[in-house]
Design a protein around this ligand. Structure first.
Ligand code: ADP
Ligand code: ZN
Length: 219
């Protein structure tokens, strides 16, 4: 059996993690595990978990380590994760990175891809971002779908995420610097970090990531 391909994708909010993970999930036939998507689905469903985290998420703050670690633990037990996973938005604190290491043991993280994008560019991308509430498709504020408010994929409502409003964007980027940036050194120390220029076009970024994965003999 092939070794599990567990890849962590790191980068500021708006660096393009979700877009790249969707593409790579298809290429490598492993699931895209986004803690943000899992939490948003819980909020939308109005589950007890969703009710607990909704206001924290809207403000742009992080939910507790314990809670997301448990979510990821459960997600890894699902059959589609048996060959690995693309982790998007997790880990994003040192405590989460350590918990992930403990969780995966020997069959650990194979690579951490750092999507590097300057802060001015991600701020611009996040303010312009609109999303379909039903299917998660991402649009820019100049797309006809965003202007008309209707998703071209599924007909769902296209809206601005509450945490893509200016105050929340600022808070999220501060949290990235404070809580998540230390993970770069964590993975660097383990020889697992590669940095890719995330300011390039989505196709170029995908190609750069695939090249590194191939170079390392991971797939
Ligand atoms: P972004 O990375 O652009 O902030 P996400 O969709 O990854 O967007 O996450 C949205 C929100 O979900 C975060 O602001 C936070 O409140 C919560 N969240 C997601 N992943 C984590 C995590 N690993 N730890 C703590 N909170 C998380
Ligand atoms: Zn849609």
């Amino acid at each position: 059996m092939a070794a599990r391909l567990n890849l962590v994708v790191l980068g500021k909010q708006g660096a393009g993690k979700g877009t790249q993970c969707k593409r790579l999930a298809e290429t490598y036939a492993i699931p895209h595990v986004s803690t943000g998507d899992i939490l948003r689905a819980a909020v939308k469903a109005g589950s007890p978990l969703g009710r607990e985290v909704a206001s924290v998420m809207d403000s742009g703050a992080l939910v507790s380590d314990e809670l997301v670690i448990q979510l990821v633990d459960e997600r890894f037990k699902e059959p589609d994760a048996k060959n690995g996973a693309l982790l998007d938005g997790f880990p994003r604190t040192l405590a989460q990175a350590e918990a992930l290491e403990a969780l995966l043991g020997e069959d650990g993280i194979k690579l951490c891809i750092n999507l590097d994008v300057p802060i001015e560019l991600v701020t611009r991308r996040l303010s312009a971002r609109r999303v379909c509430q039903e299917c998660g498709a991402i649009y820019s504020d100049s797309d006809v779908e965003a202007i008309s408010g209707t998703c071209a994929n599924c007909g769902g409502d296209v809206i601005q995420r509450n945490d893509d409003k200016p105050d929340a964007i600022r808070k999220r980027l501060e949290s990235y610097e404070r809580d998540t940036e230390p993970l770069l050194a964590f993975y660097e120390k383990r020889g697992l970090l590669v940095t890719v220029d995330g300011a390039e076009s989505p196709d170029d970024v995908t190609a750069a990531i695939k090249a590194v994965v191939a170079q390392r003999g991971l797939a």
